[in-house]
Design a protein around this ligand. Sequence first.
Ligand code: HEM
Length: 147
Amino acid sequence: MYNIVKSAHSGWRYIVLILLVIAVINALSGWLGNKTYTEGNRKLNVFTLISVHIQLLIGLVLFALSPLTKLPMSTAIGRYFKAEHTSMMIIAIILITIGNAKSKKITEAVAKHRTIAVFFGLALILIMVAILLLVKDVPGRSFFGVS
Ligand code: HEM
């Protein structure tokens, strides 16, 4: 069970990263290029939101199942999974949730794009940093790969 959930969480990162990168690029180009906010933009942002919420649910199950979250805080791996990974990823997910909700309330297209660009962009940076820390702290893990 643990291995299935771990592989699902590990593989789902690609869905999250691909959607998030495309959403940020679209939002930046909409914001800086004064473009209209299309139905396609809205759907992309909602799919990105759904993908991170799915990752959150898988992550919560994994938190309970993983032996790595039982390691003491005195170890780099224990600290990483108990504190750093969980908190950074949850903050990123909150940023995406707030960004999407705020952009829905705004009527002006460029402001909608700007809100998505800022909130999703910050979340993307946070997620990248968290994965880079994982590569640094946990032996045998890489930025790309599924374990
Ligand atoms: C956007 C959100 C997230 C992303 C992109 C993400 C990504 C990852 C990645 C890439 C790994 C390493 C997998 C591997 O090396 O094969 C991992 C492991 C892990 N994640 Fe996340 N994660 C996210 C959110 C969360 C959340 C919110 C939690 C907990 C509530 C969580 C708990 C864990 C745990 C416990 C592991 C260790 C699994 C193990 O090897 O035993 N993750 N995550």
